[in-house]
Design a protein around this ligand. Sequence first.
Ligand code: MF3
Ligand code: CO
Length: 238
Amino acid sequence: MRKAGRIVADALEMAKDVARSNVTTDTLNTRLEKYVIQKGGRPVFKGYRGYPKSICTSINEEIVHGIPSQRVLRDGDILSVDIGVEYRNYVADAATTLPIGTISSELQNLLSVCEASLMKAIAVLHAHVKLSEVSKAIQEYVEGNGFSVIRDYTGHGIGRQMHEEPQIPNFVNDELLKNDKTLLKGMALAIEPMICMGSYDTEVLKNKWTVVTKDRRLSAHFEHTVVVTEDGADILTL
Ligand code: MF3
Ligand code: CO
């Protein structure tokens, strides 16, 4: 998993250089896919429930699962790049939201708050902590900064499969508290806050994949694969 995480992290580093104004998201998909394969990894998104590409590229009001296409990135866009890699039967998954060219300070704040909420969640991790504490850390930070947390999609356990138990919501409700789980040393989690400027209601576009905010206001997404340790967590996709 560490090796899978290394490939994911380096691919996202590469995305920072490739994702520029006037570049298509297909170009980014091709570059990252080649990199992963060259490193001996397998892009796990491709073919997952029929998903056609190796990465997800979600622009502006798109939250997650945007499909790379001939669409050209434009100055002022924000682009979530999400990638999962399998290496010798173990998976890592991470995402970052990148500014394209110059973005407004309001948008910069959206990205900063989303990334910081992920780091807050990781900071509460240690053996025997409750799962709801992780969700609560994200929700409190995001809402305290005036943004909303997406509720229709969650983080997840990860390991031999991309999606394993438990689901990791980015907010707390009675259902989560009633079924709260204790995290143990060695558990691997993909924590992925998805946040937005307006209402958290979502909609899936006609292509059956791309998730957007119903109000079409902008959204950001950051994700790391981490392993719970006795007194903290190891981030595998840094
Ligand atoms: N990182 C996302 C997730 O954890 C992306 C997977 S969607 C896929 O669910 F279908 F493209 F694989
Ligand atoms: Co994920």
